[in-house]
Ligand binder design. Structure first.
Ligand code: C5P
Length: 412
């Protein structure tokens, strides 16, 4: 599967002859579906023009502090990125990173970032072998910085040895691999996403503003964590994430049937992120209802509750539901968790500019005896953090269930 689709890669380019290869790196990252922003050190601009990266990334390029137009661009860039890759990473840039400097824009972005940092060193072999560089690399590794390469071979300076930057295709593979995890390997996951449409007559329906973005991001994050994912989706304008099987439905009833069909073939984890209608017309008219001069009314009946139905099944999967709330998140979320009989509720605040139709969200996760706030972030990143949390709780529960079962069997 393509782990780079829709990922945001911040590419740092520092001063070195290998910088010419970074142009090809940008091209390949974009071809794999990633969005790329480039931050160059001032020294790098002596090797490749910023305009080259601008053309290839389709974005403006940042190099010195005068490019930080808002005075906050370095923070914005740090928040934007899913990964930071510095290629080439010169000896000087590695030294700056190792010592937490923030006196050039790239180093400041790295210091302000909380996402994984990866470096592809490139320098003369003696500089790479120098005790100072060795020490800096050890410091960076200690802080979980990924060090990719360098390769050994002929160098631009005429010498030979370790110090060549890895080739762009190897770096693209390494960035892609850094997004995959084995957290949910072998786990079968069913996710619902998007709105439902409840027919009033052949042309009209009741629906809601759900864009499906959160549910799709959750499906993708589960896939990236190694799960086998089936997505049951209401009508949305989104492509199915790579490697995920998708069933498109319209009404709550159709969604329920599709979910039960998926669950019956095997499901360990059910995540209900769809905004399912709570009510539907008691009966849909076979013909278009004619306009009348006076007022009219619509008889409604409850739509099936998919999450509660799945949670009540015998041999039910581990269930996670969502809740959109305008106030008292913690209280309402715990109430909903107990009411629906599910293991976890992910509650988000809805209202002005929050929740539906936006790319950002904030989630409060609640489970029995615990809660965690996932602060405002892009839905794609939030989904990955949600999946990490769900996977931990799921593993914890199944481990205890296995233990309890073994215990019961042994004492029988
Ligand atoms: O009851 P409420 O709509 O607030 O609950 C939200 C959670 O329940 C979501 O996970 C949603 O997908 C699920 N749900 C459902 N079927 C319904 C209503 C909500 O699965 N009819």
């Amino acid at each position: 599967m393509n782990f780079l689709s829709q990922k945001r890669i911040l590419l740092g380019v520092s001063g070195g002859i290998a910088a010419y290869k970074s142009a090809e790196l940008v091209r390949q990252l974009r071809a794999a579906g990633a969005a790329v922003r480039v931050v160059m050190t001032p020294a790098a601009t002596g090797f490749v023009a910023a305009r080259t990266f601008q053309a290839l990334s389709g974005e403006r390029v940042w190099s010195d502090w005068s490019d930080d137009r808002s005075g906050m661009d370095h923070i914005e860039l740090a928040r934007w990125a899913d990964r930071i890759l510095i290629a080439p990473a010169s000896a000087d840039t590695l030294a700056r990173l190792a010592h937490g400097r923030a006196d050039d824009l790239l180093a400041a972005v790295c210091l302000a970032s909380t996402v994984p940092l990866c470096v592809a060193p490139a320098m003369n072999q003696a500089m790479w072998g120098n005790a100072a560089t060795r020490h800096n690399i050890a410091l960076l590794r200690e802080r979980n910085v990924q060090v990719w390469g360098p390769a050994a071979g002929a160098q631009a300076c005429g010498e030979s040895g370790p110090g060549r930057m890895l080739e762009p295709d190897a770096l693209v593979r390494a960035v892609a691999d850094s997004f995959s995890s084995e957290r949910l390997a072998g786990v079968r996951v069913v996710v619902t996403a998007g709105p439902t449409r409840e027919a009033i007559d052949p042309v009209r329906f009741i629906s809601n503003r759900s864009s499906g973005k959160m549910g799709y991001a959750v499906a993708q994050a589960a896939r990236e964590a190694g799960a086998q994912v089936a997505l049951v989706s209401g009508p949305v304008e989104l492509d199915a994430p790579d490697g995920v099987t998708r069933t498109m439905v319209e009404s709550a009833q159709e969604m329920l049937e599709a979910v039960l069909a998926e669950v019956s073939t095997g499901c360990d984890l059910f995540i209900g992120a769809a905004a399912v209608a709570d009510y539907r017309p008691a009966s849909a008219s076979a013909r278009k209802i004619k306009k009348r001069a006076d007022c009219t009314s619509l008889d409604l009946q409850p739509a099936p509750d998919i999450l509660a139905t799945v949670a009540a099944l015998e041999n039910r999967p581990f269930c996670v539901g969502f809740a959109a709330e305008t106030e008292q998140l913690q209280r309402h979320a715990q109430k909903k968790r107990l009411g629906k009989g599910v293991e976890m509720i992910a509650a988000n605040r809805v209202g002005k500019g929050l929740g539906f139709e936006t790319d950002q969200n904030e989630l409060l996760l609640v489970w029995e005896g615990g809660s965690q706030l996932l602060a405002m972030d892009a839905k794609t990143r939030l989904a990955r953090r949600l999946i990490e949390c769900v996977a931990d709780l799921y593993r914890h529960r199944t481990k205890h269930q296995d233990f309890a079962q073994d215990h019961a069997e042994n004492s029988a």
